[in-house]
Design a protein around this ligand. Structure first.
Ligand code: SF4
Ligand code: SF4
Length: 382
């Protein structure tokens, strides 16, 4: 496989915060019955409300890149009022809440031996994890130590890329003998959990029983796990990278449920007309047609660039897309078999991680990733 190495393009000056949105938008079922004027405490509505305030209406917003969903609109009263709800730590409940929030797979008897913190940003130009480490180094190590203690985990690895920017960690690590910092090669997509495990343990780990004893946790989910340990609920803040030529670039902490429009306004508005918005990184992200979107737990980055109309050309059979695929798929064959589900399955289409390298490298500007996403949807709908 040809590897795409990442240059350190430092575009961001520091970590910003926007934690006082005027309104928040929470996805609700059609039959949810909150009335206009109802008072909502912080963490009400299935623990989801990130602020306290009054219901001012219902609306439809993009909750992900493709569909609009019904949301309840809460006007922030900036009082952060919440009901006193004392939680006494309970290990079984902790595991249940982690599993319910997709932070942990189901393990036999919860026999986790190693915790791996994936502290590698998922794409070039995304710096959320790096900034979090720089800002809260000592707190991050404390949280990892606390998780290990509460879940009886023997050892933890904090995986970062081989870059001197992370050397600060070594100043704090002395008091945590069971946490090891491991630097790995900086290529894309080394942050993919499977690729990272191969870097850390070599290919053979798949064949061993080791895999079952490993819990890989994304660095940005540490805040959630910490909040679950303390209160039995996930955090309602999120660190996201906002980048691209169309906006002031920043890494920013926001409340889940804040509208992208409000964040853009806070950042001084768009820097150009005719913008294109991508949710996710420049390689693996998906373009959306509107900025009427709400920040959810799944959004890690937003890129705003000039709208481009690149014309796809004919495939020249150069094979470059095949040579970069980190999981050894043959993207050009998937594209050419787009209407043949049986062949799509044989080609291992479902294994695609949507990293976007095949589209990035294609000299004919063919958006192979979009073909493969469509192929995966067709297989799923079959
Ligand atoms: S998007 Fe899918 S097919 Fe394309 S390089 Fe990445 S993993 Fe391979
Ligand atoms: S990289 Fe583009 S042009 Fe080359 S084989 Fe793949 S699809 Fe065809």
């Amino acid at each position: 496989m040809d590897k795409i190495y990442i240059k350190d393009e430092r575009l961001y000056s520091g970590m910003d915060k926007y934690l006082k949105p005027e309104y928040v938008y929470i996805q609700v079922e059609n039959n949810d019955s909150y009335n206009i004027g109802d008072y909502i405490y912080k963490n009400d509505i299935n623990f989801c409300s990130p602020v306290s305030g009054y219901v001012v209406g219902y609306d439809y917003k993009f909750i992900n890149s493709t569909t609009k969903s019904r949301v309840i609109v809460i006007e922030n009263d900036y009082k952060e009022k919440h009901k006193i709800n004392k939680y006494v730590f309970n290990k079984e409940k902790l595991f249940d809440t982690l599993i319910a929030n997709n932070l942990l797979d189901i393990y036999d008897e919860y026999d986790i031996k190693y915790l791996i913190i994936n502290a590698i940003d998922f794409e070039p130009f995304v710096f959320s994890k790096r900034f979090y480490i720089e800002k809260d180094t000592s707190e991050i190590l404390m949280i990892i130590d606390n998780i290990m203690d509460k879940m009886n985990i023997d050892k933890a690895v904090l995986a970062v890329v081989n870059d001197s920017k992370y050397d600060n960690l070594f100043n704090y690590i002395g008091t945590y003998p069971n946490i090891k910092i491991v630097k790995v090669n900086n290529y894309y997509p080394v942050s993919n959990n499977k690729t990272l495990l191969k870097e850390l343990f070599g290919i053979s780990y798949h064949k061993s029983s080791l895999e079952k004893k490993i819990w890989i946790l994304d660095l940005l989910s540490l805040m959630d796990v910490n909040s679950i340990i303390k209160n039995n609920r996930i955090s309602n803040e999120k660190i996201i990278t906002i980048g691209g030529k169309g906006i002031t670039n920043t890494v920013i902490v926001v409340k889940i449920g804040t509208s992208l429009k409000e964040i853009i306004k806070y950042l001084g508005g768009y820097r150009m007309n005719d913008i294109s918005i991508t949710i996710g990184g420049p390689l693996s992200g998906r373009q959306i047609s509107s900025d009427d979107i709400v920040i959810t737990r799944d959004i890690a980055a937003i890129f705003i660039t000039k709208e481009q109309t690149v014309k796809e050309k004919e495939c020249i059979s150069c094979g470059k897309c095949n040579s970069v695929c980190p999981i050894h798929l043959v993207p050009v064959f998937i594209m050419k078999n787009i209407n043949n589900i049986s062949n799509l399955k044989k080609l291992g289409t479902e294994k695609c991680t949507e990293c976007g390298l095949c589209s990035y490298i294609c000299p004919s500007y063919i958006n192979l990733k979009d073909y493969i996403i469509k192929a995966k949807e067709m297989i799923a709908d079959e």
